[in-house]
Write a protein that binds this ligand. Structure first.
Ligand SMILES: *[C@@H]1O[C@H](CO)[C@@H](O)[C@H](O)[C@H]1NC(C)=O
Length: 313
């Protein structure tokens, strides 16, 4: 029985990131260092927002949710890639490959909607300041987060149900260091032209449209800020430029990975690394280093920790 099963369920072969021992060591070091940064940076934001009641505003609650998703998104690939680099193993089971693709798109979808929610939050705060507290109430915040998860699940599911039933009969070379829909679909032994279009439309065009929508929204908000010049002007510019940086960092790789019609391995790897390793570590840095409230909260938190240590000693 066991033999029959293994011959039916295929195993995929991933592309090793490094060809030489030196490169293998370099990538392993680089990924581990960044992953530790991702865990600490993002958990730090989540804990700061949860424990500091002065940060219980929609902007920070959404930010904490985004940090959690960043951590989740990089956890779909980075730990596995580190262990593959350490062991030199390139084989991934069919199930692991499917699970990896599914969660990449759940997390990616949630992140996309959260970025829209954060833009909407800034739009209300800056363009409708008098109604801000009535529009962005805790219930609205909850609805936005639930909507993000629902849309993320639908986005991943709508591609997953097609791919899980594809017939695979070899070759099994994914041609990338992780599993993702565009690459795996190409390995199916049937005509997948329509399916490739579904994936390009679902992941590619959606990320492209969302990107342009967000950029236009932020430009609109910036123009509004300029018209109502006030003392908060520079603060708003600071916040908005942080948001725009994050949007560009997240969507540029997405658009290249799913829309760009001439994929090259090295460019694909580069953009994947940006989305799984670099963006999740930069987000906490961008938000905490550029935000006065976050910096104050961190100072309060460290003071509390220090004083509680004095009490216990
Ligand atoms: C995410 O958002 C929900 C809904 O507003 C909130 O209850 C929750 O505390 C947030 N998560 C974090 C980690 O802050």
């Amino acid at each position: 029985m066991g033999q029959v099963n293994t011959s039916i369920i295929p195993e995929f072969v991933l592309l090793g990131l490094a060809q030489t021992f030196g490169m293998q060591f370099f990538f392993c070091f680089f990924f581990s260092l960044f992953y530790v940064g991702i865990i600490f940076g993002n958990l730090f934001i989540v804990l700061t927002v949860i424990f500091d009641s002065r940060l219980h505003f929609p902007m920070y609650i959404l930010l904490a949710n985004l940090s959690l998703i960043d951590l989740g998104l990089s956890s779909t690939t980075v730990p596995r890639t580190i262990s593959d680099l350490l062991t030199g193993c390139k084989v991934i089971s069919f199930h692991s490959c499917m699970i990896q693709m599914f969660f990449i798109h759940v997390m990616g979808g949630v992140e996309m909607v959260l970025l829209i929610a954060m833009a909407y939050d800034r739009y209300t705060a800056i363009c409708k300041p008098l109604h801000y507290l009535t529009i962005m109430n805790p219930r609205m915040c909850m609805i936005l987060v639930i909507a993000a998860w629902t849309i993320g699940m639908i986005h991943a599911m709508s591609q997953f149900i097609f791919v899980i039933n594809l017939p695979f009969c070899g070759p099994y070379n994914v041609g990338s260091f992780y599993c993702d829909f565009p690459r795996v679909i190409k390995l199916a032994c049937m005509d997948t032209y329509k399916l490739e279009f579904v994936v390009t439309a679902n992941s590619g065009f959606i990320s492209m449209c969302t990107f342009f929508f967000l950029i236009v929204s932020y430009v609109f908000i910036l123009v509004t800020v300029r018209q109502h010049s006030s003392t908060d002007l520079s603060k708003a510019f600071f916040t908005l430029s942080a948001h725009i940086t994050v949007v560009v960092l997240f969507f540029t790789p997405c658009m290249f990975l799913y829309v760009w019609p001439f994929p090259t391995k090295s460019l694909d790897n580069f953009f994947a690394i940006v989305d799984f390793v670099v963006t999740p570590v930069l987000n906490p840095a961008i938000y905490t280093l550029r935000n006065k409230d976050m910096k104050l909260a961190i100072r309060r938190l460290s003071r509390q920790v220090l004083s509680s240590r004095e009490v216990t000693q």
